[in-house]
Design a protein around this ligand. Structure first.
Ligand SMILES: [Zn+2]
Length: 420
């Protein structure tokens, strides 16, 4: 007898309240993916994919990392092996990933996009390759169709200041709003053409993202001066500042040489330098240049401190001005999401939370919104079932709607036309 499918209606939903919240409230809400790395050009050209490897494995550093941990040869991961050989290597890896979120994501992606219940493993590899390959030849599996079918309302891609924004312009008027967000490594570039900022704004950009692997802030430095000017622009234009904190991107020089700067071999860095982060935020607030800000710590030991910090730079009339961003990258799994919710609810104010974003390069990652919503509803439902929260639909449904959609929609002014 074959085992019952892992992904069923009540997957991860432990109790009556959790199920009601997910099925009646969370499931149907449109997705706002306010920070990701999807390729706008692939959406503009409505790219088609030849096989599962091209769609699902070739550009996914999460999978590459897991395969390396299993000792799989690099030639089968990013090297010269054929698409089918790389798929077979991934197929052999999956049964060995129990407990890793990739195990759940793989099952969810096969189920939601291809209707496949069978677990991916060497025995099912041929059947799934053929079935998926056939589906990929149909128009429903073009890049735009893959996104549109998941009820995605808005996607904010990640773009450097020099990037071509014409794909975004080509996508204007499509059912899914695809807008750029400005990506900057560090505090500020040495040179920045200010006219490009206006171009981003006209293209609908409302978020900037600075990767600060280590926060080291000297208000008197040139870097800080240029950063203040950028932050002033963001504040005046109503942009949101995102700070991605604490990634240790330099690990193996060998892998960096082999697969480039973002090949899935980074790790969690040291805890955040809280005094330096406070100095940075304070410096901006002092000159009225502190925009709404999302803090994404990669080190989960930072959750309590940064959830508390959301109360340190509040502003009259603005709910959730400083956000503790969702559990990110290595924390994006059931335990990480729960740790984040525990900290944010106890040290901050959960009802202002802007919810999940994928930070992903893969079109199929939109199922991770479902994964997050299931964990969220289970986390809330368990507290209701334990008598810690009232079973009050008005209170609970509003909380779930706010976190899964409304708060992010408000942050991005999606209910208004944000193009100017
Ligand atoms: Zn990112």
């Amino acid at each position: 007898m074959s085992p019952s499918p892992l992904i069923h209606a009540d997957f991860m939903l432990g109790g009556r309240t959790a199920r009601r919240l997910f099925h009646d409230v969370a499931a149907a809400l449109p997705i706002i993916d306010y920070h990701c790395h999807l390729d706008a050009a692939a959406l503009a050209s409505d790219r088609r994919f030849n096989d599962l490897t091209e769609l699902w494995i070739a550009t996914d550093p999460y999978k590459h990392r897991a395969m390396r941990i299993l000792g799989i040869r690099e030639s089968l991961i990013t090297g010269a092996a054929s698409a089918r050989e790389k798929y077979d290597a991934w197929t052999a890896a999956v049964p060995r990933l129990v407990g890793n979120p990739l195990y759940h994501w793989t099952a969810l992606e096969l189920k939601r996009y291809f209707g496949i219940d069978e677990p991916l493993c060497p025995e099912s590899a041929d059947r799934i390759w053929e079935h998926a390959g056939e589906r990929l030849r149909s128009a429903e599996f073009s890049a735009r169709s893959l996104l549109a079918r998941m009820n995605v309302a808005c996607v904010c891609t990640s773009d450097t200041i020099a990037d071509d924004l014409s794909p975004h312009a080509q996508l204007a008027g499509w059912g899914v709003k695809v807008v750029p967000s400005l990506r900057i490594d560090g505090l500020a570039p040495a040179k920045l053409d200010a006219s490009r900022l206006d171009l981003f704004h006209r293209a609908g950009c409302r978020l900037a993202d600075h990767a600060l692997d280590v926060v080291d802030y000297d208000p008197a430095s040139d870097d800080a001066g240029r950063f203040r000017e950028l932050a002033r622009f963001y504040t005046q234009r109503g942009w949101v500042l995102q700070l991605h904190l604490g990634a240790q991107r330099r690990t193996s020089s060998r892998l960096r040489g082999l697969v480039g700067p973002a090949g899935g071999y980074a790790t969690i860095g040291s805890a955040c330098n809280i005094p330096a982060l406070c100095a940075l935020l304070d410096d901006l607030e002092q000159v009225a240049a502190l925009p709404r800000t999302i803090l994404y710590p990669l080190n989960p030991s930072d959750y309590p401190a940064l959830a508390t910090l959301t109360g340190s730079f509040a502003q009259d009339g603005v709910a959730g001005k400083i956000q503790l961003g969702p559990a990110w990258w290595y924390n994006d799994h059931d335990l990480g999401i729960r740790a984040h919710l525990d900290a944010l609810s106890r040290y901050g104010v959960l009802s202002t939370f802007i919810g999940f974003t994928t930070d992903s390069r893969s079109l199929l990652s939109m199922v991770r919104h479902e994964y997050f919503r299931r964990v969220l509803c289970d986390w809330i439902g368990a507290q209701v079932d334990a008598g810690l929260l009232p079973d009050d639909a008005t209170l609970l449904d509003g909380l779930v709607r706010g976190i899964c959609h409304d708060n992010a929609a408000h942050m991005l002014s999606l209910n208004k036309d944000s193009h100017s």
